[in-house]
Design a protein around this ligand. Structure first.
Ligand code: MN
Length: 337
């Protein structure tokens, strides 16, 4: 695997791969978010303008309802075992756990390229080329830098379609410019995208506020079960399969941690969501503790301040282990000050 050092190198490899391939597939992590999925939509569209047909490969159970207003007729391909693509581009993901069954496509593809901004784990994806820049605010920002001049030369309506997608990647990963990765660079990118004629207030409403009443009821149930540990420094939230069923929701219908960020006195947020009898999805958020390290200890990962993992086992044991790890991390971070 060769690591690409800059956007120029990345663009050269991408162009070489797509222009010499009979089939090109794009994919992102499971439970697609506004960054991975909308970066895929943008790349797919930009390639089409270069005369390259590509397919966005999703899992059969992907929840993509909230991205509908951004699709503009883009057809998605549902993964089937045995499918083959000559070129495979993986966005916003560099881990087998987060790729799930679609990892299989990496084994047969002839040209593989990974583009990501997460902290690399010790088990990175097997790829021919990898571009990882953890200083990038979102994967959409990397796509924008690669295709800036092409976007400038598109007709205004097309510019807006792509800018809408890229703006979502940005507000997803900055939590609408409230996370600590909000800085001059990310705001400049926002300004450049808005200059194409997109409307930030509409995109914010459509992407962040557009929850259904069932989703809000479910959120209420999860919030009502809030538990605090370590003198209120650790905020623990839990969602059972029953809560989702009662509210007729699919697993990742709403992002919960967003709603409890910034609570007074809280240093770490842990959200444990039951996905199966003995399988749980963990989301961690913190400004003081390196939650990537904790997620890595469970085979997951992400960013220093936001990360996740999948946990298997019995709830009480998992919870006890998690809270102990978080307490330890808090003690360590206090000692380092
Ligand atoms: Mn991202």
């Amino acid at each position: 695997m060769q690591k690409l050092k800059n956007i120029q190198e990345l663009k050269e490899i991408l162009n070489r791969f797509v222009s010499s391939s009979k089939s090109v597939a794009i994919m992102t992590h499971t439970e697609p978010d506004g960054d991975g999925f909308c970066a895929s939509l943008a790349l797919h569209r930009l390639l089409r303008h270069q005369g390259i047909d590509s397919e966005i490969i999703i899992d059969a159970d992907s929840q993509l309802e909230r991205f509908k207003f951004l699709m503009n007729g883009t057809k998605l391909s549902i993964f089937e075992s045995g499918n083959y693509y000559e070129t495979l581009i993986v966005l916003d993901c560099n881990s087998y756990t987060l790729l799930g069954d679609r990892s299989e496509l990496l084994m047969t593809a002839r040209k593989r390229l990974v583009i990501d901004h997460h902290i690399p784990s010790d088990k990175e994806l097997d790829s021919d080329y990898t571009f990882v820049d953890i200083s990038e605010v979102c994967t959409g920002s990397i796509i924008y830098k690669m295709f800036k001049s092409e976007i400038d030369n598109l007709p205004p309506t097309e510019q807006r379609v792509i800018a809408n997608n890229l703006y979502i990647t940005l507000i997803n990963d900055t939590n609408n410019f409230t996370n600590s990765n909000t800085d001059a660079k990310s705001l400049s990118l926002a300004a450049e995208l808005v200059a194409f004629g997109i409307v930030p207030s509409e995109l914010y409403k459509a992407f962040f506020l557009n929850n259904t009443t069932s989703q809000m009821k479910y959120l209420g149930e999860v919030l009502a079960g809030m538990e605090l540990y370590n003198d209120g420094q650790i905020l623990f939230l839990y969602s059972s399969l029953d809560m989702q069923k009662r509210n007729h929701l699919a697993t990742n219908a709403i992002s919960i941690p967003r709603f409890v960020q910034g609570i007074k006195g809280v240093d770490v947020i842990a959200f444990l969501r039951q996905d199966d009898k003995e399988s749980y999805n963990l989301s961690l958020r913190s400004d003081t503790v390196d939650v990537n390290a904790i997620a890595v200890s469970y085979g997951g990962g992400g960013h220093r301040k936001a990360s996740g993992a999948i946990l298997y086992g019995e709830l009480d044991e998992l919870k006890f282990d998690l809270i102990s790890k978080l307490k330890q991390a808090l003690t360590q971070s206090r000692n380092n000050v």
